[in-house]
Write a protein that binds this ligand. Sequence first.
Ligand code: HEC
Ligand code: HEC
Ligand code: HEC
Ligand code: HEC
Length: 340
Amino acid sequence: MKIMLKTALCLMAVVMLAGCERPPIETVQTGFRGTGMEQIYNPRTLAKQASLNTAPAAAEAASEDGPKAKDVYKNVQVLGDLSVGQFNRHMAAITQWVAPEAGCAYCHNVQNFADDDKYTKVVARRMIEMTQKVNQDYKAHVAETGVTCYTCHRGNNIPTQVWTAPKDRLYANSLLGDLAGQNMATKAAGLTSLPSDPFSPYLMNAQPIRVNSNTAMTGVGANANRASTKQAEHTYSLMVHMSESLGVNCTYCHNTRNFASWEESRPERVTAWHGIRMARDLNNEYIIPLTDQFPANRLGPKGDVAKVNCSTCHQGAYKPLYGAKMAKDFPELQTLAAKP
Ligand code: HEC
Ligand code: HEC
Ligand code: HEC
Ligand code: HEC
């Protein structure tokens, strides 16, 4: 009996500690003394992250001399001003970043490279423009570090971290009605019971990300005061996603004595503010309009296309690829190409 009790206690201890991280854990101060603004790091997680966040080496730059791609090829709509050498270097790079296994044939009918028959080529052309847009117009977020296809794709046809709207789920007891995406412990909400889709309201639609309100909880539909308890839960869910994507705590951006105060926040919160607008813009202007191109097996349970959130680029690092400046080796991705 005693032995059984001891075994049971040991088992309980194992179960209860399973969620804890084994020491040592490192703490780095990020705010003023006494504000408790600190980052807590697990060196083992960092080591694993480091190996996942190494940028591939770029091929040597090609000469800009010689005939231009638009004069030699038949159907070049975006990269026409590159020399043929630069154009081919670009094709080799995107193959390495997006389709290293399938190669050129992932996007091309190799009997006729000018053909636009494969949807992947049509999508890729728009993705080139999207990457140019980020590097040109979102410097407030990506700075001179910038992005390439690799930032999101990392050698995969589809980036590993994307989101689609989850299925509506009802309580088993239908009297309780709609679950409102809660109590499901999804990865999106950091395994909390918070709403599992913080992305549709904030990274596609532009609902205010607020929990404090100076006005009464009135209004209906689009005019409703969004700072109700229920909406606040969506805000917290987004904040958990943002923290997890960057591998940081809330204090990386906020002084937690007042989450709303910008004066007391770190400058990184401003960078994040721009990142929210950028993700929204990429989803609405570039990715959602491509929905019809994708075959059904690429779409989510509600038929929507896989979209961008903070993890798509960051993948657990405070800067994607720990700030490796790989974009500078691809000047053709720095500015939106002039339309011919
Ligand atoms: C991820 C998709 C993708 C991959 C992989 C890819 N390409 Fe392309 N390719 C494109 C896109 C998009 C265009 C059109 C670019 C534009 O409109 O500016 C293009 C255009 C071309 C053209 C111009 C054809 C013409 O006459 O209009 C050639 C040649 C070409 N690619 C060669 C290659 C080779 C060789 C490889 C393999 C090393 C390759 N591509 C891999 C997407 C891809
Ligand atoms: C900000 C992140 C991001 C960047 C940067 C990015 N992509 Fe994508 N890419 C996505 C997302 C999200 C999808 C959508 C996946 C889906 O719906 O299946 C996608 C899909 C694609 C697809 C379709 C794959 C398939 O099999 O269905 C191709 C091809 C592609 N991207 C090429 C590129 C190229 C080439 C570049 C660089 C010029 C690039 N992407 C840059 C996020 C990105
Ligand atoms: C990477 C930076 C960053 C991290 C990490 C972060 N936040 Fe935020 N937070 C922001 C930004 C930016 C806003 C404002 C968003 C907007 O207005 O578009 C915000 C807004 C908020 C608000 C709403 C304040 C108001 O005005 O009503 C709360 C509450 C909040 N965050 C809580 C948290 C919590 C809790 C965590 C940790 C789980 C966290 N945040 C992690 C950047 C961050
Ligand atoms: C298109 C890719 C991309 C997406 C999507 C993206 N980021 Fe970033 N982010 C970057 C790059 C690149 C940097 C590095 C900029 C630099 O070197 O200063 C960065 C830097 C940051 C920083 C500054 C870190 C520091 O210590 O200076 C914060 C905070 C941040 N991102 C938050 C976010 C949040 C929150 C989201 C989602 C709402 C997001 N990012 C979405 C590419 C992205």
